[in-house]
Design a protein around this ligand. Structure first.
Ligand SMILES: C[S@@+](CC[C@H](N)C(=O)[O-])C[C@H]1O[C@@H](n2cnc3c(N)ncnc32)[C@H](O)[C@@H]1O
Length: 240
C-alpha cells in the first residue's frame, strides 16, 4: 500500500491513513444499519434507479460497505440498477501538471446487483447531471477540509462552503439528502463536519476565531435532523 504524502492543488491528502474505517471496522457496519433503519438506503424492492454519491470518498471503504450490503440484500438486479459513486480529488503532479487519477482500491468493486464506480473529480465541480442523486455521503470530506484548512490558516475564504453546498444541491434530486458525520466528541476525536460548519472548532493552535466562519445551515435553506449516536451519529440535511 502506498504511504501518505502526496498533495494535490489545495493541499488535499491523496491517501488518508488515519481513516476510522481502518481503526474501527465496526463503524461502517453501524453506519449501514442506521442508513437502512432510517430508510436512507432504500428497501431492496425500491432500489431501482437509486443513486448514492460520495464526493470525497478517499479509499471508499465506507461506500463499499454500504454498496455491498445493498447488493447482498437484492435478489434480482433492478433495472436500472442502483449506482454508488465514490469520488475524490486524487491526482498527481507530472512534469508540473496536475493529472487527475484515482486509487486502485482494496476491494473487488464489481457487484451483481449494484454498480460501484470510482471517479476522480473536485467536489466543487461534480461531473454529474442536475437532479440525479438521492444521497450525498459527506464524511470528513470537502466541506470538512475547507473549515479545517481555515483553522490551520491555509484558507481564509468563506465562500467555498456555500459553493459546495450549492453544487450538492444541484446534483441532488428533489427530496434528496446530504449526510454529514456528526460524531459525539470524545477526547482525541476528529472534529465532525457538522461541528465545523457550525463554528465549533476545537483545533489546538487554530489561527482563527471559529465563529467568524460558522455557517447557518437553516438560513441557507437546509433543515438538519440527527440520527444515530456516539461515533456513528450522523446529520441529515434536507433542502426546505
Ligand atoms: C479526511 S479524508 C476523509 C475520507 C473519507 N470520506 C472517510 O470518511 O474516511 C478527506 C478526503 O477528502 C478529499 N477531498 C478534499 N477536498 C476535496 C474536494 N474539493 N473534492 C473531492 N475530494 C476532496 C481528500 O482528497 C480526502 O481523500
Amino acid at each position: 500500500m502506498t504511504d501518505i504524502g502526496e498533495y494535490n492543488p489545495g493541499g488535499k491528502l491523496q491517501y488518508w491513513q488515519e481513516t476510522e474505517a481502518l481503526r474501527n471496522p465496526d463503524l461502517a457496519k453501524q453506519y449501514v444499519d442506521l442508513l437502512i433503519q432510517e430508510q436512507i438506503i432504500p428497501h431492496p424492492d425500491k432500489a431501482t434507479g437509486f443513486v448514492f454519491l460520495s464526493p470525497s470518498a478517499n479509499q471508499g471503504m465506507f461506500e463499499y460497505e454500504i454498496a455491498d450490503r445493498l447488493n447482498q440484500s437484492i435478489t434480482k438486479k433492478p433495472d436500472p440498477p442502483p449506482i454508488f459513486l465514490a469520488a475524490d480529488i486524487f491526482g498527481n503532479y507530472q512534469d508540473g501538471q496536475f493529472v487527475p487519477g484515482f486509487w486502485k482500491g482494496f476491494y473487488q468493486d464489481e457487484f451483481d446487483n449494484v454498480i460501484f464506480q470510482k471517479i476522480s473529480a473536485d467536489a466543487n465541480k461534480i461531473p454529474i447531471l442536475d437532479n440525479s442523486v438521492d444521497v450525498i455521503w459527506e464524511r470528513l470530506g470537502a466541506l470538512w477540509h475547507v473549515q479545517n484548512n481555515r483553522a490551520t490558516g491555509e484558507n481564509l475564504d468563506s465562500t467555498p462552503i456555500v459553493n459546495l453546498l450549492n453544487e450538492y444541491d444541484r446534483v441532488l434530486k428533489s427530496g434528496g439528502v446530504i449526510i454529514l458525520d456528526a460524531a459525539t466528541q470524545t477526547e482525541g476525536a476528529t472534529n465532525s463536519t457538522i461541528d465545523f460548519l457550525e463554528g465549533k472548532f476545537n483545533i489546538p493552535g487554530a489561527q482563527i476565531n471559529p465563529y467568524d466562519y460558522k455557517i447557518d445551515l437553516k438560513e441557507l435553506g437546509w433543515e438538519t435532523q440527527f440520527i444515530g449516536s456516539g461515533r456513528a451519529r450522523l446529520a441529515v440535511l434536507r433542502k426546505k
